[in-house]
Design a protein around this ligand. Sequence first.
Ligand SMILES: Nc1ncnc2c1ncn2[C@@H]1O[C@H](COP(=O)(O)OP(=O)(O)O)[C@@H](O)[C@H]1O
Ligand SMILES: [Mg+2]
Length: 276
Amino acid sequence: MSGLREELEQVRREKEQLENQLACLQRSATLGELLGTTTHEFNNVLMTIMNYAKLGLRNKDEASRDKALGKILAASERAAKITHSVLGMARNRKDGFEPTQLAELLQESLLLLERELQRYRVHVELELESVPDVPVNGNQIQQVLVNLLVNARQAMPDGGRLVIRIRPDREGRHVELSVRDYGVGIAQDKLPRIFEPYYSTKSGPDATGKGGTGLGLAACRQIIQAHQGVIRVESAVGKGTCFTLRLPLQRTVAPALGAASGWEAAVPVPAVEGPR
Ligand SMILES: Nc1ncnc2c1ncn2[C@@H]1O[C@H](COP(=O)(O)OP(=O)(O)O)[C@@H](O)[C@H]1O
Ligand SMILES: [Mg+2]
């Protein structure tokens, strides 16, 4: 009998180790995507600066030079914003939770993806109601947002509307953030699987190097769970998909992000709702 108990204990320990490894892998995969996006955006800005500097050097007249300098200034300001957002991520490296305006995190995530969304003709519509600060780890919530935004963009290969909404919930104890796309949608029988690690319907990373790992939503769920929140999905094939994050304004205990306890908590089954 005690042999069996030992074996069970051994299996439990191995399971815990594997889960921790997976959580780590998920985080590095999404962080990698975020870093890739940032570097790519920064490079775009540098290209703009270089091209206008060349233009200014070639054209000696005052009007051309003024125009070139104006463009260089605008691009540098954008570069400064990107650095600011990267520094924000670095500042928030610790597993700390800080009172945060979700709209600001959203704007920083959109800033990083602005060009990409434009290139794929995705039109962003914001419906931002005023909400209190939410205690979050900004770095991790930004990863969640980037994952959801990239998935939404990838679901609309020919472009389309992307509606992002932030609002307080009815009881005033949570804040909800939803990301709605009007893309391909997800079949009802596939919905329960999308949060599984490694579940992906994409053939591999796209031209921007994103997607195909099947780790994005698994990481989102793990992060939201560590925030004692819920992530919910509604979808209809051919109509689109809406992911909603529901984050509490008050946290009851303070679990360390990524610690085994985050996994031991009951895994909320994503609410699967019918077509809208
Ligand atoms: N907005 C969306 N619209 C349609 N399908 C989606 C959307 N978001 C996620 N999915 C589906 O869920 C799967 C898993 O998503 P994710 O975990 O981010 O992995 P990946 O993007 O690497 O495939 C995707 O491959 C896709 O089939
Ligand atoms: Mg993804």
